[in-house]
Design a protein. Sequence first.
Length: 182
Amino acid sequence: MEAHGGTTPGPAEAAEAAHAAAMLVVDAGRSADPQVGARLVGLVQEVGLDTLAELWSHRPARSLPGALWRLYLVREWVQRSPDSASREYATGMHVAPVEHVIAGVPDPPEPGEVREMIDGVLGGAFHRDLDVALDRCAAFCSVAATGRAADERSDVGSAAALATTADDLAACAVLWRAGQLV
């Protein structure tokens, strides 16, 4: 925005900036320095969720910035609501046993363990393979969405939204492996 005299850049420039920033974050995470990865996992605390939302939330779900936005958004949900995340996951894990294994959440899923798992998934996006992190987060979201749908206190729309996030993250993993996630 500073380069534009405080005005908002046009759609093409915003898209280019979002994609460039996403690639920069992924590339930076491949550093051998563990502090870099830890800093990227905690990026929301450093720059704020609103900043990431402004940069990435309007990008297509099946793009690199869209995938990173969803990874950070799921992490924020789990960090802010670990009790409900672990409860929903616990409810859904017996209905979706394959996804439960892929997600790698301990049984029974305690709030602290769910928080650690999601940080590990996000860290894996930077230290190891992004596609594995996307698959694990997709599996976690799928199980939690199943549990949320079964929970009488939950809204069906929010369960469907979480299931859509799972589908988008799984598709992004396939695109990343094919070299087509941009």
